[in-house]
Design a protein. Structure first.
Length: 256
């Protein structure tokens, strides 16, 4: 089950299947997808946090009990569902922060990888243990993990199935920040509120431009950036931002 909690301009999505360490089954993924659809359409939401219920797990992976009886065709369909839901995180106009409060394994790490930023508590553990189940990652890790931490480290994690701790994750650039135990969600919400206070149209262009960085050659990517840069100049927020700087006051952005 997905709980959606709103505080000001920030929505927190809580994956709440604590009895299975928040493992993702078909229904949970579908609910997550539906929640993202309404967030994408709501311009009053400035940033999103996604986290897991309880202190023990962010998400311990796709639901192994549900996968156990799947045929090859059903497994392929399940992988496609997870991939399309996670892709929606990347395509949301708002920035998304994963607040990792324990195990982020398999599909759980893949979910975090689809978020813009990852904040993790000191007790967080990350891994792609699929190889130990006789399968491989199916929600995008073979593609997003090498882009995030480099091919050598991604191979090590995906081939070994071993977990790494939050300190190691910070050292190799998998996560952005480490917090005390139990503090990841609050820290993520504070960061989300500060991002929600920025000019939303510029934030959207920043997210989209960085989003294509791993996919385009440098010249095409830079052309994409100059288009996005130009679009920012058509907004009232850029006039306000520049005027406020020159008048030595804090900018008040309207999202126009
Ligand atoms: N799926 C279903 N149930 C789970 C999962 C899971 N991924 N993880 C934990 N649970 C359940 C346990 O079965 C247990 O249930 P019960 O209390 O009814 O016995 C409960 O959660 C608590 O778990 P543990 O007793 O195992 O807790 P421990 O503290 O002993 O261990 C671990 C915690 C280390 C996180 C351990 O639970 C574990 O190893 N979990 C599985 C991790 C894993 O292998 N994840 C990867 C799954 S595969 C995947 O994500 C592929 C994604 C792509 C799919 C593509 C589509 C086909």
């Amino acid at each position: 089950m997905i709980r959606s909690e709103r505080e000001g301009d920030v929505v927190t999505l809580v994956i709440d299947r604590a009895e299975a360490l928040n493992a993702l089954n078909h229904a949970t993924l579908a609910e997550l997808g539906a929640a993202l659809e309404s967030i994408a359409a709501d311009t009053s939401i400035g940033a999103v946090v996604v986290t897991g219920a309880g202190e023990k797990a962010f998400v311990a992976g796709a639901d192994i009990a549900a996968m156990e009886t799947m045929s090859a065709a059903e497994a392929k369909q399940f992988a496609a569902l997870g991939q399309s839901v996670f892709r929606r995180f990347e395509l949301l106009p708002q920035p998304v922060i994963a607040a990792v409060n324990g195990f982020a394994l398999g599909g759980g790490l893949e979910l975090a990888l689809a978020c813009d930023l990852i904040i993790a508590a000191a007790n967080a553990r990350f891994g792609q243990p699929e190889i130990n189940l006789g399968i491989i990652p199916g929600f995008g890790a073979t593609q997003r993990l090498p882009r995030r931490i480099g091919v050598a480290r991604a191979r090590q994690m995906i081939y070994s199935g071993d977990m790494i701790d939050a300190e190691e994750a910070l050292r190799i650039g998998l996560i952005n920040r480490m917090t005390g135990v139990g503090e990841a969600a609050d820290t993520a919400r504070q960061l989300a509120a500060s991002l929600a206070a920025k000019a939303p149209l510029a934030m959207r262009q920043a997210k989209a431009s960085v989003g294509v960085a791993g996919e385009l050659d440098l010249d095409t990517g830079c052309r994409y950036e100059s288009e996005a840069f130009g679009l920012c100049f058509a907004t009232e927020d850029r006039s306000e931002g520049m005027r406020a700087f020159l008048e030595k006051r804090k900018a008040v952005f309207s999202g126009k």
